[in-house]
Write a protein that binds this ligand. Structure first.
Ligand code: C2G
Length: 130
């Protein structure tokens, strides 16, 4: 059994998020997802998320491709999460390329290309122009 772990804010959930979760799952048998806490999102992006961590976690947990979800409290705790969930592979989009290479000591680290032409910023802009 190969366990894959990935992380993200997933706010507002869109097709790029679903695609990376599907591609992450293809690297193993079990997919564990760390959803950024509201506080972590604030420290990364300087604003509150559109949807709360409770809502974002429920949305991710409801996806068929996802086996387990937890709240990611800090970017620095990745090695602990990898150990805690018995992850063999860490998958992230390539906007994070190189940033988690230090985890290679604990498991395989894979960066996948982002889905082009879709982002939360683009979704927010599209909605604001309606
Ligand atoms: N993603 C993607 N294609 C897009 C947009 C996002 O493949 N068009 C991927 C990102 O590369 C990331 C995942 O979807 O791997 C989640 O993206 P975000 O919600 O933006 O996550 P982020 O805020 O970058 O948080 O510990 C890491 C962080 O928690 C990641």
């Amino acid at each position: 059994m190969t366990t894959v772990i990935t992380f993200g804010t997933f706010d507002v959930l869109h097709i790029g998020h679903l695609r990376i979760l599907e591609r992450a799952k293809a690297h193993g048998d079990r997919l564990v997802v760390g959803v950024s806490s509201d506080a972590l999102n604030m420290s990364k992006k300087g604003r509150n998320p559109i949807f709360s961590e409770t809502e974002r976690t429920a949305l991710i947990q409801a996806l068929e491709v996802v086996d387990e979800v937890f709240i990611e409290e800090s970017l620095e705790l990745k090695a602990d999460y990898v150990r805690q969930y018995g992850a063999d592979v860490l998958v992230m989009g390539d906007d994070w390329a190189g940033r988690f290479d230090w985890i290679k000591e604990y498991c395989e680290v894979v960066y996948l290309p982002r889905t082009p032409s879709i982002s939360t910023t683009a979704v927010i802009e599209k909605i604001s122009k309606l």
